[in-house]
Design a binder for this molecule. Structure first.
Ligand SMILES: Nc1nc2c(ncn2[C@@H]2O[C@H](COP(=O)(O)OP(=O)(O)OP(=O)(O)O)[C@@H](O)[C@H]2O)c(=O)[nH]1
Ligand SMILES: [Mg+2]
Length: 459
C-alpha cells in the first residue's frame, strides 16, 4: 500500500552556487503542479523516468529558467510517490523563484529528512537503511562510505527481520500456553526455541562487537602515541601531519597537554594523539599530563609505542613493551632515531622484543610511509571493513542490539531453570520490542521525528 501525501519540495543539492541545482518535488500532484509552471511538453502525459527540456514560467509568463525536468511516477521513485526533479541553473535567485512558484501552486517546503521519511513509511527501506542514507550523505572517508553503503543495501537488518519473525511465531505459541492457565500444555517446542535464541545471539554478537570499529570508521580511529620523554613523539606527530603542531625540544617533559589532529591514511581517518612522556612526574602539571596520557591510552583504539632507539636499554624496552602488551590494545612498536644508531644496536633491540618493530627517523622524516602502511594494516586486520560485512556505526542500533541480546540471555537462562511461560513470554517480548525498534517495524512518532530531523532539508 503506497501513500501519497501532500506535495513537498526542497532543494536536493547542496546550497550555494553551482553549475546546476536540483529541486525535488514529491507527493500527490507533484507532476501536474509542476506542469502548471512548465512550458515545453505536457508532463502529465510522459512516461516515468524520462527527462524533458523546457522553461519554468512566472505567473506573468516571464521565464524563470531553462530547466530539465525528470518525471518519476508512483511507485517507482525514491519516496514511492509521484516525484519531479527540476534541474535548473545553480543560482540562489533562480532556486528561490522556483520554490516560491511551487508554493503558490500549493506545494509546501519539506522538513529535514521528510523525503527519506516518506520513503521509509512507504516501505522503500527500513529504519537502519534510512539512517544509512544519512550516514552516506555525511560520509567523508572511504571506509565510512563503505560501511554506510553496506547498510543501505540491507546490511544486517534483513537477516534480523527474518529471525524476528520466527521469534514472533514462538511468542504466539508461548502466549497461547498462558491461555490454558493451570493445564500443563506446551505448544512452543522448548529445544527449538532455545536453538533459535542461540542463533539470534550468534548474529547479534559480531554486530555488537563491530560498533567500536564502526564508531572509529565514522569518527576516526583514536590512535595514541606514547613513550618516554624525548622519544620523539611530538616530532613524529608533526612529521605525519606535515605541520609544526606540537612543540619539540630536547628538554624531557616538553609536552604536557594532549595534542590531537586528524590524518587520512589509505581512506581511513585516524585521530592522532600526542601525549606527555611517561615517567615519574617532576611537578604537578606534568603529573596531570601523565594522568591524561593514561586516560587517552585507555580510550584509544590503537596504541603507537614510540621509543628512542639511541637512548633506550634493552631491559628498559622489554619492560615497556610488556606493559603495552598487557593493556590488551592493538599496538604498534615504533623505533625512532634510526639516523642516530647503527645496525647492531637495532638488531639487539629487535631481538629483545621479539616482534615486528617499524623503524623510522621522525626528525629526518624517513620510513614514514612504512609506518603509515603499518597503521592502516593494523586497523584493517581487526575490523570488518575489509570483508565488507555489516558494521554498526549508529549508537541507536548498538543500544537495541545489546537490549535484544540481554533479553535473550535472560530468556535462555529462564528456559534452563524452567520458568513459567509468563516469565518466558515477558523476556521474549522485550527482545522483540528491541528488534522491532531497531529495524523500524515498531516505531513511535518521537523516534521517527528524532531520526529524520537529523537529516538536512531536501534529503
Ligand atoms: N637524531 C634524532 N633526533 C630526534 C628524532 N626525532 C626526534 N628527535 C629529537 O628528540 C628530541 C625530543 O623530541 P620530541 O619530539 O620533543 O620528543 P617527545 O617524545 O615529544 O618528548 P616529550 O614531549 O618531552 O615527552 C628533540 O630534540 C628532537 O629533535 C630523530 O628521528 N632523530
Ligand atoms: Mg612531546
Amino acid at each position: 500500500m503506497i501513500y501519497q501525501l501532500e506535495p513537498i519540495a526542497a532543494l536536493a543539492t547542496a546550497p550555494g552556487i553551482g553549475a546546476i541545482a536540483v529541486v525535488r518535488v514529491s507527493g500527490e500532484g507533484a507532476i501536474s503542479i509542476t506542469n502548471q509552471l512548465f512550458r515545453g511538453k505536457d508532463l502529465t502525459q510522459q512516461d516515468s523516468h524520462t527527462a524533458h527540456f523546457g522553461t519554468l514560467r512566472n505567473d506573468d509568463n516571464s521565464i524563470i529558467d531553462e530547466v530539465l525536468v525528470t518525471v518519476f511516477q508512483t511507485p517507482k521513485s525514491f519516496t514511492k510517490e509521484d516525484v519531479v526533479e527540476i534541474s535548473c541553473h545553480g543560482s540562489e535567485f533562480i532556486i528561490q523563484q522556483i520554490l516560491r512558484r511551487l508554493m503558490q501552486a500549493g506545494v509546501r517546503l519539506a522538513r529535514p529528512g521528510e523525503f527519506t521519511q516518506r520513503a521509509f513509511l512507504n516501505g522503500q527501506f527500513d529504519l537502519v537503511q534510512a539512517e544509512a542514507v544519512a550516514d552516506l550523505i555525511a560520509s567523508d572517508s572511504d571506509a565510512s562510505h563503505r560501511a554506510a553503503l553496506t547498510q543501505l543495501r540491507g546490511g544486517f537488518s534483513k537477516q534480523l527481520k527474518e529471525l524476528r519473525q520466527q521469534l514472533i511465531d514462538f511468542v504466539a505459541l508461548v502466549e497461547l500456553e498462558l491461555d490454558f492457565g493451570e493445564e500443563d500444555v506446551e505448544f512452543a517446542h522448548r529445544d527449538k526455541l532455545r536453538q533459535l535464541m542461540l542463533d539470534i545471539r550468534r548474529v547479534l554478537h559480531p554486530l555488537i562487537d563491530s560498533f567500536s570499529t564502526g564508531n572509529a570508521i565514522k569518527n576516526g580511529v583514536p590512535t595514541v602515541i606514547i613513550g618516554k620523554p624525548n622519544a620523539g613523539k611530538s616530532t613524529l606527530l608533526n612529521a605525519l601531519l606535515n605541520e609544526e603542531k606540537a612543540i619539540v625540544s630536547d628538554i624531557p617533559g616538553t609536552t604536557r597537554d594532549i595534542i590531537e589532529d586528524e590524518l587520512f591514511i589509505d581512506g581511513i581517518r585516524f585521530r592522532l594523539i600526542d601525549t606527555a612522556g611517561l615517567r615519574q612526574a617532576t611537578d604537578q602539571i606534568e603529573a596531570i599530563g601523565i594522568e591524561r596520557t593514561q586516560q587517552r591510552m585507555r580510550d584509544a583504539a590503537l596504541v603507537v609505542y614510540l621509543f628512542d632507539g639511541k637512548n633506550i636499554q634493552p631491559e628498559e624496552l622489554q619492560t615497556a613493551v610488556d606493559e603495552v602488551r598487557s593493556s590488551g590494545k592493538p599496538y604498534l612498536l615504533v623505533g625512532n632515531k634510526l639516523d642516530a644508531i647503527d645496525d647492531r644496536k637495532r638488531q639487539v633491540l629487535e631481538q629483545t622484543v621479539g616482534e615486528q618493530v617499524v623503524w623510522i627517523s621522525a626528525a629526518k622524516q624517513t620510513h614514514l610511509d612504512e609506518l603509515k602502511l603499518a597503521l592502516s594494516a593494523r586497523v584493517r586486520t581487526d575490523s570488518a571493513v575489509q570483508t565488507g560485512s555489516a558494521v554498526v556505526t549508529n549508537a541507536r542500533h548498538h543500544e537495541h542490539l545489546i537490549g535484544t541480546d540481554s533479553a535473550l540471555a535472560r530468556a535462555i537462562a529462564g528456559l534452563d531453570s524452567g520458568v513459567t511461560p509468563d516469565w518466558l513470554a515477558m523476556d521474549l517480548r522485550v527482545a522483540l520490542q528491541h528488534l522491532g525498534e531497531l529495524t523500524g517495524q515498531i516505531t513511535t512518532d518521537n523516534l521517527l521525528a528524532s531520526i529524520f530531523s537529523k537529516f538536512c532539508i531536501g534529503k
